[in-house]
Design a protein around this ligand. Structure first.
Ligand code: ZN
Length: 125
């Protein structure tokens, strides 16, 4: 991969990392707050009594699920940044061939080329 491309992917991943990190921090704050006070932080103190218990719980569950997804996503982004630094970024971890640039543009943190990913998902790798 050309250095200019690598620099562009590093910037893209860094921006995505910052975005997900702050979003995750916000969700973790909501989860922690809910654990502490068994009520969601709505930012509007007077709206608390309007929300029924059921929707609060649903929102809490959704927030936990979102935070979990973000946590995994963040892990993948951080790993990709490490691979940029050690020079293995853009190469498939299975067949060691270059992952296509269009695929990396869609999934900058991917570790497998499309062929290996398809095999992996089909369970034939
Ligand atoms: Zn491959």
């Amino acid at each position: 991969m050309r250095k200019t491309e690598l620099t562009r992917f590093r910037k893209l991943l860094q921006e995505e990392k910052d975005r997900v990190t702050s979003s995750l921090a916000k969700h973790e704050k909501i989860i922690k707050h809910t654990d502490d006070q068994s009520g969601l932080e709505t930012g509007k103190a007077h709206s608390n009594h309007m929300a029924d218990q059921g929707s609060d719980e649903f929102q809490y569950e959704t927030t936990i699920k979102t935070a979990n997804t973000e946590g995994r996503y963040l892990y993948n982004i951080e790993e990709a940044l490490v691979r940029i630094e050690d020079g293995s970024y853009g190469k498939c971890i299975e067949c060691n061939k270059a992952i296509g640039i269009p695929r990396l543009k869609r999934l900058p943190y991917t570790r497998m080329c499309i062929e290996c990913k398809e095999k992996d998902e089909a369970g034939t790798l």
